[in-house]
Every structure is written in structure tokens, then in C-alpha cells.
Design a protein around this ligand. Structure first.
Ligand code: SF4
Length: 253
């Protein structure tokens, strides 16, 4: 099934530019969460952060990240690490079992890629512990490629904006990939992906999303329909976040 069949109008008629601009404006002005791994585009540091962050809360990784880089400043030092010492360091975040993955990933990078973090999706995903998400995150945050990041959080926001059915498998779905590829700001992919992640974490939460504080509520089908059904009488009080290119979904249909 194609997107148009589900949402009932061509995706190009969704006000993508306006939605994206408001998202980025919100993120720059107030939505940005600061994490040490966001201050660098060093491929090694980005890769380590993404491996540590996999299925782990960011707050858990903050105290571990800099000590890790102090002890293991490059891929060579991880490849040569002693399992005991690496596991001991990771234990502070409850991730001691992840030492094997990190070690074998580093050895692979040393032997297959001459110690350089590869850029291609295929090469990155050939490494132990590097999922599609991690490969895309490294490509985007380290190398600036406009790769989209599909996980339960980004899929939730995209799904709600277009009122697409969200399932467990959605983060692997072609349909959601296509939507996010249309949404991403190809000139500022890092910022767009950070903004989407931060919106999902702080505003478009799984439960009790903060629609009233949401910078893209005006474009959100889920919210509009809930408002139309009288489930949210605050809709008309929402501030317009100035954008002349805005179209309503009704106008677009
Ligand atoms: S309006 Fe609500 S449901 Fe829609 S994107 Fe914002 S927080 Fe999520």
C-alpha cells in the first residue's frame, strides 16, 4: 500500500517545508537537549556514542561517555583493550556485556578498514553491533549524509503527523522510511534528526503527548482529528508559528 492510499491525499500536498521549519525553529530556540556526543562529528566518537546509546537511555550514557573516550581515545585502543578493563568501565552503566561487541567491532575496523570508520551503509552494517539505525546515525552525525533514523520514537512522530497506523514493525517499514526521507532537511540533516529525536522525547511522548507545546501541532493530523472530535478544546488557542507556506490538509486534499 502506498502512502497516498492511507492518508487520502498526495504526500507532496502535506506542508512539509512549513512543518520542518517550525520543528527546526523550536529546536534551535528551546528544544535542544545537550549531550556531549552531539558536540562532535568525529566518526569514532559518534560511533562509540551510538553503540553505547543503543536501547539505553541517554542519561545513563552521559557519565560514562567522557571516561570511555579518556581511556579509549581511538579505534586502535578499543581493539587492543583488555576485556576485563573494558567490561569494568561499561559496568557503571550496566553495559558490561557490551564489551564483546565493541571489541570485535574495533578489531573489524582495524583489519578490514585500516582503522578508519567506513562511510558506506553496507560497510558500516557489516560491523558487529552496527544496526541500520546506528549506521545511519554515524553517516548523518559524523559525515553529514541526509540519512533518516527510524526507531520507535521517530516513527511515532511521523505516524502521528500523518495519522499512519504505527506498529512494532514500522521502524523497519519502507513506508515510514519514505515519509521520513520526504521530511528530512537535506541541507541540515544533523539538526533535523536531533530535532525529531528531541521532539519525540520531550513533547510527542508515547503517553500524554504535550500537544499544546508542540511546534508542529498545526500540521498534525492526529491532533487535528482529536481536536475536531472535541477531545482537545485548546486547539484554537495555539499560537501560529509564522510560516507563509503553510497549507492545511483540507486545502491540500
Ligand atoms: S501535535 Fe501532539 S501528536 Fe502531533 S506531533 Fe505534536 S505532540 Fe505529537
Amino acid at each position: 500500500m502506498i502512502i497516498e492510499d492511507i492518508i487520502g491525499y498526495p504526500l507532496r500536498d502535506f506542508p512539509i517545508t512549513a512543518m520542518r521549519d517550525n520543528l527546526l525553529q523550536w529546536w534551535i530556540l528551546s528544544g535542544r537537549r545537550d549531550f556531549p556526543w552531539r558536540e562532535t562529528n568525529d566518526p569514532f566518537k559518534v560511533l562509540i556514542a551510538e553503540i553505547l546509546l543503543h536501547r539505553t537511555k541517554a542519561e545513563q550514557i552521559v557519565p560514562l561517555y567522557q571516561p570511555f573516550l579518556n581511556q579509549y581515545p581511538d579505534i586502535h585502543s578499543v581493539a587492543k583493550s583488555s576485556p576485563d578493563e573494558l567490561a569494568k568501565l561499561l559496568r557503571s552503566a550496566g553495559l558490561n556485556w557490551r564489551w564483546k561487541l565493541l571489541h570485535s567491532m574495533a578489531v573489524n575496523i582495524e583489519t578490514k578498514f585500516n582503522g578508519q570508520i567506513p562511510r558506506s551503509f553496507e560497510e558500516l552494517t557489516s560491523l558487529p553491533g552496527v544496526s541500520h539505525y546506528i549506521a545511519s546515525a554515524v553517516r548523518c552525525f559524523a559525515f553529514g549524509y541526509p540519512d533518516v533514523l527510524l526507531d520507535t520514537n521517530t516513527v511515532r512522530v511521523a505516524g502521528r503527523l500523518l495519522k499512519l497506523p504505527i506498529r512494532d514493525a514500522s521502524r523497519r517499514s519502507k513506508l515510514f522510511r519514505e515519509v521520513l526521507e520526504k521530511f528530512i532537511d537535506s541541507k541540515h540533516p544533523r539538526e533535523f534528526n536531533f530535532a525529531l529525536i528531541d521532539l519525540a522525547a520531550a513533547i510527542c511522548r508515547p503517553r500524554s503527548p504535550a500537544h499544546k507545546d508542540c511546534p508542529v501541532s498545526r500540521y498534525c493530523t492526529f491532533y487535528q482529528e482529536a481536536s475536531d472530535e472535541g477531545q482537545n478544546s485548546e486547539k484554537d488557542k495555539l499560537p501560529l508559528k509564522g510560516d507563509q507556506q503553510r497549507l492545511s490538509i483540507t486545502e491540500a486534499g
